[in-house]
Write a protein that binds this ligand. Structure first.
Ligand SMILES: NC(=O)c1ccc[n+]([C@@H]2O[C@H](COP(=O)([O-])OP(=O)(O)OC[C@H]3O[C@@H](n4cnc5c(N)ncnc54)[C@H](O)[C@@H]3O)[C@@H](O)[C@H]2O)c1
Length: 731
């Protein structure tokens, strides 16, 4: 017995059930935990001396959620019928939470139950919150780190321990939607405003307040509305005038947002709709069935793997070389432009001292002013207090004097994308840096191994590639040059961990990993414009795949002139083998017309005077007349999806990627690769290598050799292997 739940009864007869999973900083619900919580609840309900119950945590937080390994174990334990295992496992949890909710009352008279309060000292996510929803009154400590929510949807599942059914029956579909469908974690005040919790109290008074409520609770306060006579679904059940509007609206909203590619969102909506037509206990069974359906859907498995398990493993340093702690104390940032100021901001937020350097004091000051602006925004959004913002800003020293870099243990350079300027910067910085300090470049296209030649010690030189905007994008691509040493890799990883982002470590090759895959995606879209495919068909096909931006919108965002520069450099490097002439015809024509993308308020799209996108540029269809016969949307989708996935496979084959988990996590966080697939390798596994090869051969025959399946994929198809299967064998 792991003894994660303990119970004590005080002199007033209030039982406190306190959760404290041994050996972990955060509570997660395990099989043993379910049994223990059940035993505590039964003991308290059965003991005549106990008047009521407070469910709380002995840790700083209530719970992070469910142990996701538990579902895998439920499936395994059920042998040939994994769905049965999940369904029965989930129904057992429903049974327990329902016992808490009914709290021993007579099912007919609804009398004789004991009040149960939920008291969360800090964060409560997922099943932690679902336990709370089963209790009769919810208390949360009023402290900055406290958050309450049901973020399941973000990893491809939905609240399946009653959270979906209870919250919609408490609040109605519209009010529950932001919590359920967007997975938002709410601070205590917002949680109270949303109706998710009842009381926000000072941390020191949390238990006292919960106990006081338990002792004073009236019998009618512990009967849930859906158990009482005359319950009406808030906003109306489906077959009522109000309900009809709500459910039709919700369905349209969910499909609009998810394009129907996320099984979890659809299943959750079905559980809500079908559940609203039947009594509560039947609704829970329906929720469990839909939850099981999602849990046995390969997309959800792939999302959980990439967005939760792999992401967490990478953040914890799965691929960190075994060298001593390399935490950054003092960071130098050279180049106080868009990227440099963003890097300075996230580092200062992580309590790191920052020296921010530019060519002259005015430019450095502008960079610091950008940091100040970001902090002001955080204050406005109430994510930081004025005092915290001032403290963070004080950590940033803006100067043009390279001598200020003395004492920095890491420097990140974000000057112009020019090898000469970068080399000069490296030399000037290293002249003042102590031996052993690590020098990193934020270049997006220049080979690290080449840039390292300017360094006094290429072992201490590395690429740390941030994405724009730095404060929002969570991926950081760490690039090992040919001579980069382990300590530099560890330094970069420890830095990324300090600033709470997700790292991938890749080897040095043209465009590293993320840009290498994004560029072909953009090019494929642009190429289709040249072929006379309707531009709207291209954009909509991309969105219906679950890509956040269509390729034409993406190139507008990143700018057409950048596309021209990259095309020219690639053509120079590849010579006759350059395959993208047809793409350049279109991109160069836009550049010649002065349509440089969003920043010029003109590109593949038309923008109004405020810079808001208005629609595709009508002239596109005149310059590249629409072909009489348009391709099927499925064909356009496959072209746009496969062109990215194949590039990821080639990156793996060539050793740029060394870990498919990094390939998958990097793709979703870096450029929004269809999250429902769990990443390019996840997608190919869902399709199966055999089917993927067949698709690619067809595409290659119709559109050209860029779709030829790589050797690795062909071999896999021949042997019946899969990327994750293969990885499992290798591990
Ligand atoms: N913009 C992006 O989306 C993006 C994304 C990833 C990486 N990058 C890379 O980050 C780097 C910076 O890009 P940016 O968009 O921030 O550019 P930017 O033009 O906004 O900023 C560059 C800054 O460097 C300063 N600078 C130039 N030469 C200098 C020198 N010798 N000493 C000190 N400061 C100098 C400039 O004054 C300017 O403030 C580039 O290498 C770029 O490729 C950019």
């Amino acid at each position: 017995m792991s003894e994660s739940f303990a119970m004590s009864v005080d002199a007033d007869g209030v039982a406190t059930i306190s959760w404290d999973l041994p050996g972990r900083s955060m509570n997660v619900l395990t099989e043993a935990g379910i049994a223990e919580l059940g035993a505590c609840v039964d003991r308290a309900l059965g003991d005549a001396a106990v008047k009521g119950i407070v469910v709380t945590s002995a840790k700083a937080d209530f719970a992070g959620g469910m142990d996701l390994g538990m579902i895998a174990r439920m499936k395994e334990a059920a042998g040939p019928d994994p769905a049965k295992g999940v369904f029965e496992g989930v129904m057992a949890i429903h049974g327990l939470l329902r016992r808490i909710e009914r709290a021993g009352m007579d099912p007919k008279t609804l009398k004789g139950g004991k009040p149960v309060a939920w008291a969360s000292p800090g964060l409560s996510a997922g099943i932690g919150t679902e336990i709370g929803l089963a209790c009769h009154r919810r208390f949360v400590a009023d402290q900055p780190k406290a958050k309450v929510g049901l973020p399941e949807i973000l990893v491809g599942i939905f609240p399946g321990a009653g959270g979906t059914t209870r919250l919609t029956r408490m609040l109605g579909v519209m009010a529950a939607a932001p919590v359920l469908l967007e997975g938002r974690m709410l601070d205590p005040k917002a949680a109270k405003a949303a109706g998710l919790v009842d009381e926000v109290v000072a941390p020191g008074e949390l238990l006292a307040a919960a106990k006081a409520w338990v002792l004073a609770a009236k019998p009618e306060e512990i009967v849930k509305p859906w158990d009482a006579k005359g319950y009406r679904f808030p906003g109306g059940a489906p077959y009522s005038a109000g309900g009809f509007m709500t459910f039709v609206g919700a369905s349209a909203m969910v499909h609009g947002k998810t394009q129907g590619v996320y099984p979890a969102a659809r299943a959750m909506l079905s559980a809500i709709y079908e559940g609203a037509l039947v009594p509560f206990d039947t609704a829970l069974r329906i929720e469990a069935r839909w939850f099981t359906s999602v849990m046995t859907n390969p997309s959800s498995g792939a999302m959980i793997r990439s967005l939760f398990l792999s992401k967490q493993a990478l953040e914890k340093g799965a691929n960190r070389p075994k060298v001593e702690d390399q935490k950054v104390r003092r960071l130098g940032v050279i180049g106080a432009g868009m990227m440099g100021s963003g890097i300075a901001y996230v580092a200062a937020e992580a309590a790191i001292e920052v020296v921010l350097i530019d060519r002259d004091q005015a430019a450095a000051d502008r960079g610091k002013a950008t940091v100040e602006g970001l902090l002001a925004d955080a204050v406005k959004r109430r994510r930081r207090s004025e005092a915290q913002a001032a403290e963070t800003l004080a950590r940033v020293t803006a100067t043009a004097d390279f001598a200020a870099l003395a004492g920095c243990d890491l420097v990140v350079e974000a000057v112009f994308e020019d090898p000469g300027v970068k080399a000069e910067t490296t030399r000037k910085a290293e002249a003042v840096l102590e031996k052993g300090a690590i020098f990193a470049t934020n270049t997006s296209t220049l080979p690290i191994t080449e840039l390292a030649k300017a360094s006094r010690d290429p072992a201490d030189f590395i690429g740390i590639h941030f994405f724009s905007p730095v404060h929002r994008m969570n991926l950081v691509e760490i690039i090992r040059g040919r001579e980069t040493g382990d300590r530099a890799v560890a330094k970069a990883l420890d830095f990324v961990r300090q600033i709470r982002k997700t790292p991938i470590v890749v080897n040095d090759a043209r465009f590293f990993y993320a840009n290498r895959c994004i560029i072909p995606y953009i090019n494929e879209g642009v190429r289709m414009v040249g072929e006379g495919v309707e531009p709207a068909l291209i954009e909509n096909a991309a969105k219906s795949l679950g890509m956040p931006l269509g390729p034409l919108q993406l190139v507008d965002e990143t700018s057409i002139d950048l596309g021209v520069r990259i095309a020219k450099a690639t053509r120079a490097a590849m010579g006759d083998a350059y395959p993208d002439g047809a793409v350049d015809d279109v991109v160069f024509a836009l550049a010649d017309a002065g349509r440089l993308g969003r920043k010029a308020s003109a590109g593949f799209y038309v923008y109004d005077e405020k810079g808001k996108r208005q629609g595709l540029w009508p002239e596109l269809r005149r310059r590249w007349p629409a072909a009489a016969e348009q391709p099927d949307v499925g064909e356009v989708r496959l072209r746009l999806g496969m062109i990215q996935a194949l590039e990821a496979v080639r990156a793996l084959e060539e050793g740029v990627l060394t870990d498919i988990r990094e390939g998958d996590v990097g793709a979703i966080l870096g450029w929004g690769f269809m999250p429902w697939t769990g990443g390019p390798f996840g997608w190919l596994d869902i399709l199966g290598a055999g089917r993927a090869v067949e698709i690619c051969e067809g595409l290659a025959a119709r559109h050209g050799p860029r779709f030829e399946p790589p050797r690795l994929l062909r071999d896999m198809a021949a042997t019946g292997g899969s990327f994750y299967g293969r990885a499992a064998v290798a591990a």
